[in-house]
Ligand binder design. Sequence first.
Ligand SMILES: [Zn+2]
Length: 142
Amino acid sequence: MSFCCGASMIGTRGSIRHLRTQIHNVPIVFCPVCHRIEVHHLVEDEYEILAEYAMGDGATEVDFEEYSDALSGEALFENCVNHEHEDPLELVTNQIDMSLDLLRVAKALDDVDWEHQLKNRLRVMSARRDRLRRKKTLGGYR
Ligand SMILES: [Zn+2]
């Protein structure tokens, strides 16, 4: 688990600009407090190799996933996810908060595709949250 500012960092995939190259789908960790972004430590070497290769090739865009045979996302981010809150409503609320943070990052990175993806995700999750809220009310908490 990575920590920054005392908060655990969030694992996700994002696009990172390395000099003139935009590298997509890089596993990264993101600090929700200060918005620092780091390449996931398990793929750091691969990331550097790909960045160098892309630079030598003069590529302006590469997809990390196409070149990487790193672990799948789930295994990579296992340690980053907070399983403490089992309440589904709380969980989805946390996920919405995270996505809103990530949306700020996507905007800062000027990554339109990612932004679009996050907005779609947010729409789905808000619908889910509303449904859960309704269920909770109908379930009659006294
Ligand atoms: Zn931080």
